[in-house]
Design a protein around this ligand. Structure first.
Ligand SMILES: *Cc1c(COP(=O)(O)O)cnc(C)c1O
Length: 393
């Protein structure tokens, strides 16, 4: 059997996104022991850089050794006790997974539904909390990758706290891509992922918990049902960096953590605010091209994520044929719609390392060429020029 050599693709879907070559190089550095002092020092640096990225001082900030979904599960498994009522605001796929998590933890999920493609409506959350005075937790997705909608995390957290609830926030796609201020917005528990706007490989999930969340975890009446994700145990491994002994819990994915460390160094070099601005800027260029072509965005303008663009598919065009051709001829991956949006939209990601001018022009050019061969329902040959006009203004 020959070694596996993947094709080189441009990843402009909902994740994973393009990985920085610096991260790929970091992954291949020598493996050392997970209790090696050099590794422990790296873990401490990483916790500091994660706090910077999350804009928090939270002591309990670290990467869970598994993908974003495990960060989600870490939040729910640790904070939800059997019988706890949790208000879950759902405006896409990932809110549905939150419900699954609540119920598997023995909690009672109360769903607050919003139309896919719109932001979570704070008024609906408020109404639900007035009806459910015994609710303990509010959970919502900041950046809904399945639709491209951004919700107002600050306002939703304020409402949760006014009703004495903790707030769990999914920031898998938002971290590094749009403003996210964990302390200023009073987010109690948050999880993210490495494969979206951090320019890193999939497989790790940065999380952060404030004192109120840690208090709830320490005062649980029942043990956390997951041994692996039990923060009481994981905390002893990731330690406080104060020279205290670290006890073995699991073997950290050493090389994967080198990769995350490098991606956080890259983020610090660029600057968090500069990274947010870069995503907003290239989104505007992509938008100019998409709209010139005659396609449109499903999310209302003020609620759009720059890093995930849900774009309408022109009439009479078969979604999968286009994506297949983009992959075969251009080595370009864009995402399909999910759920109700399947076959109706494409999801074009501009995440992390993939968010740059070259990719915007390449994607528009490829989409224009492929669609031009399939339909007369677009304005042909104008997308790249429209984006260039934006860049040159
Ligand atoms: C990608 C994603 C997840 C899951 O992350 P994985 O790394 O795929 O496990 C969760 N929530 C949102 C909003 C996401 O975009």
């Amino acid at each position: 059997m020959p070694s596996f050599h993947p094709p080189v693709r441009t990843l402009m879907g909902p994740g994973p996104s393009d990985v920085s070559p610096r991260v790929l190089e970091a992954l291949s550095r020598p493996t050392i022991g997970h209790l090696d002092p050099a590794f422990v020092a790296m873990m401490d640096e990483m916790k500091g850089m994660l706090r910077t990225a999350f804009c928090t001082e939270n002591e309990l900030t670290m990467p869970v050794s598994a993908p974003g979904s495990a960060g989600m599960e870490t939040c729910f498994a640790n904070l939800v006790e059997p019988g706890d009522k949790v208000i879950v605001c759902q405006n896409g796929v990932f809110g549905g997974r939150m419900k699954e998590n609540v119920e598997r933890c023995g909690g009672v999920a109360v769903m607050v539904q919003d139309t896919w493609g719109t932001a979570v409506d704070p008024a609906k959350l408020e109404a639900s909390l007035k009806e459910n005075t015994d609710a303990k937790i509010v959970a919502f997705v900041h950046a809904e990758t399945s639709t491209g909608a951004l919700s107002d995390a600050k306002t939703l957290c304020e409402i949760a706290h006014a009703h004495d609830c903790l707030a769990i926030v999914d920031a898998v796609t938002s971290l590094g891509g749009v403003p996210l201020l964990v302390d200023e917005w009073n987010i109690d528990a948050i999880y993210s992922g490495t494969q979206k706007c951090l320019s890193c490989t999939p497989g790790l999930s940065p999380v952060s918990f404030n004192d109120r969340a840690v208090e709830k975890i320490k005062n649980r009446k029942t043990p956390v049902q997951s041994w692996f994700l039990d923060l009481n145990l994981v905390m002893a491994y990731w330690g406080d960096g104060g020279g205290g002994a670290r006890s073995y819990h699991h073997t950290a994915p050493i090389n994967a953590l080198y990769g995350l460390h490098e991606s956080l160094v890259i983020l610090e070099e660029e600057g968090l605010e500069a990274a947010w601005q870069r995503h907003a800027y290239h989104h505007q260029a992509l938008r100019a091209g998409i709209e010139a072509m005659g396609l449109s965005f499903i999310v209302p303008e003020g609620d759009r994520l720059p890093q995930l663009n849900a774009v309408t598919i022109p009439d009479g065009v078969a979604d999968a044929d286009v994506r297949k051709q983009l992959l075969a001829d251009y080595n370009l991956e864009i995402g399909a719609g999910l759920g109700d949006l399947a076959g109706k939209v494409w999801r074009i990601g501009l995440m992390g390392f993939a968010c740059n001018k070259t990719n915007v022009l390449f994607c528009l050019g490829a989409l224009d060429a492929v669609l031009s061969g399939m339909t007369d329902n677009i304005n042909k040959g104008v997308a790249v020029a429209a984006a260039m006009a934006f860049y040159q203004q």
